[in-house]
Design a protein around this ligand. Structure first.
Ligand code: SF4
Ligand code: ZN
Ligand code: ZN
Length: 321
């Protein structure tokens, strides 16, 4: 089959656009889709510094490549952050691939290595507490990413794709967690000194499109799964349900996300009125101490938030990998 836009062999078919596209046109299609979503949701302005969180998986590698390709025309200053969790071979491979690709793109990379910079790897931190590994991992990553972006004066870009977000929204509706629901928007505005501005440029890119993007553009990514990956529970059921719906009605996930974003303002509380400050690290907290400081106090004997902040404050903008 031929590409709908040129004479080359088609690489894939996009059902909701009814297009067969070759590798080159597919790459352009995804990049322009990201740019349109950035404009639609007002994600960035010219001159903004963007810190891209890169795990090494297909989504973050696609994001790094796309942001790097559009950074010039959009006058964005792009740099990357990788958190080395210290999870054996998985973390070793991830760091290696991220370092190699950032270098080949000419993007400054900051590596925050839990073992080196905090003293314990994620599995070692887990030994000190009863919380699940993924829940601890999420908490630590969110804290480090937010802190890095605040201290570097950057907007944080994460690689959540349309499937991830639609699943999280439905799951949170099912379990009644509206507080998490309202955070699943394409842009979370900055609250100066407390919360960094966060954007999700892949908000309208499907999971399989991110995968096809890295394959079509020959971008290496970590094809290994983290050993703690768990499939099951509500998330998996919601995923199956949404995939079935998408098969029957191509494009429904995106239209769901657009309507969600339009209507979610109704539920949004005035965040600035409710801001509390962590007595230890000074960042946002709904209690005396933020969750990161509380959990690290249990693990290390003392809260570690200030230490993470000092790491990013002391950074010269050079490659720290
Ligand atoms: Fe972290 Fe769990 Fe994801 Fe592994 S599977 S990277 S532990 S959240
Ligand atoms: Zn083509
Ligand atoms: Zn704190």
């Amino acid at each position: 089959m031929k590409c709908s836009l040129c004479d080359r062999e088609a690489f894939t078919y996009i059902p909701y656009a009814r297009l067969r596209l070759c590798r080159e046109h597919f790459g352009e299609f995804i990049r322009s889709k990201v740019v349109r979503a950035m404009d639609r949701y007002g994600m960035v302005s010219s001159g903004e510094r963007i810190l891209i969180a890169v795990s090494g998986g297909k989504d973050s590698m696609a994001l790094l490549h796309i942001m790097n390709s559009i950074s010039q025309e959009r006058s964005l200053r792009v740099l990357a952050l990788h958190i080395d969790l210290g999870i054996g071979e998985y973390s070793r491979r991830s760091r290696e691939i991220v370092s190699m690709i950032a270098k080949s793109f000419g993007i400054d990379l900051i590596v925050y290595d839990l073992k080196r910079d905090l003293g314990l790897s994620l599995p070692e931190m887990k030994k000190g507490i009863r919380r699940g590994t993924c829940s601890l991992c999420g908490l630590v990553k969110r804290y480090v990413m937010n802190t890095a972006a605040i201290e570097l004066g950057a907007t944080l870009a994460t690689a959540h794709n349309a499937d991830d977000i639609a699943i999280y929204i439905l799951k949170n509706i099912v379990i009644g967690d509206w507080n998490s629901c309202i955070k699943l928007v394409p842009v979370i505005p900055e609250v100066k000194g407390y919360v960094a501005k966060k954007i999700r440029p892949l908000y309208e890119v499907y999971e399989n499109e991110a995968m096809l993007y890295v394959v079509s553009q020959n971008i290496p990514y970590v094809d290994m799964e983290c050993p703690y990956t768990y499939r099951g529970g509500i998330e998996e059921r919601v995923r199956e349900f949404l995939n079935k719906l998408e098969e029957e009605r191509p494009g429904i996930k995106i239209s769901f996300l657009r309507k969600f974003t339009r209507n979610i303002e109704v539920l949004r509380i005035n965040r600035e009125e409710h801001i509390g400050q962590c007595t230890s690290c000074g960042l946002i907290s709904s209690r005396d101490m933020c969750s990161f400081c509380r959990i690290t106090q249990k693990i290390f004997g003392e809260p570690q938030g200030k230490r993470v902040r000092d790491f990013f404050r002391s950074l010269e903008m050079v490659d720290t990998s």
